[in-house]
Write a protein that binds this ligand. Structure first.
Ligand SMILES: [Zn+2]
Length: 172
């Protein structure tokens, strides 16, 4: 481990921030949750520099938040998928999204909308579905582009829009 910023704190919040509190780290986890998994795609999705991206990905792999998985042999190429531990950050990111939507709303509406795949409802503040009442998780929801991203033309719709992929990784 590199130096610890909050070494004097006996606190699980501080300990978590040692891993996910660095600039870009949670945004990278968010991008992987949205289905962006390859180095170059992560770079263009976040705008982070290559050196910072390299360092953050390595840290997340070392911490067991992401797994580096080969998807091609020649030349060797890797993609990043969330581990069980990494998927545990879904609730953190979802609460941050809701907090941002509430306190820093975009004029057009939310940038992304989280949808319960089975019924089309949305997570409430307790991350229960507001339509069917089921507790939601990274496995049961998908993210779709919301009004703010669409209004600003920031959605680049490929054949399979990354925002509509499952948040959880495909079964290995
Ligand atoms: Zn539902």
């Amino acid at each position: 481990m590199l130096h610890r910023d909050y070494d004097t704190q006996v606190c699980s919040v501080a300990r978590s921030l040692e891993v996910v509190g660095e600039r870009w780290t949670l945004l990278l986890v968010r991008s992987v949750m949205l289905g962006v998994r390859r180095f170059d795609d992560l770079q263009s999705h976040t705008g982070v520099t290559r050196s910072v991206l390299t360092a953050r990905l390595r840290r997340l792999v070392d911490e067991g938040v992401l797994e580096r998985r080969p998807y091609q042999d020649r030349p060797p190429r890797f993609e990043y998928v969330l581990t069980e531990k990494g998927l545990g950050l879904w609730t953190v990111i979802e609460h941050l999204r809701q907090w941002g939507d509430e306190h820093y709303p975009e004029p057009e509406g939310p940038p992304r909308v989280i949808v319960h795949k089975r019924c089309g409802g949305h997570p409430d503040v307790h991350l229960m579905c507001d339509r069917c009442g089921e507790p939601l998780s990274a496995w049961s929801v998908k993210a779709i582009p919301g009004p703010a991203l669409i209004a600003r033309g920031l959605e680049t719709p490929p054949e399979e829009p990354v925002e509509t992929r499952n948040l959880a990784p495909d079964p290995a």
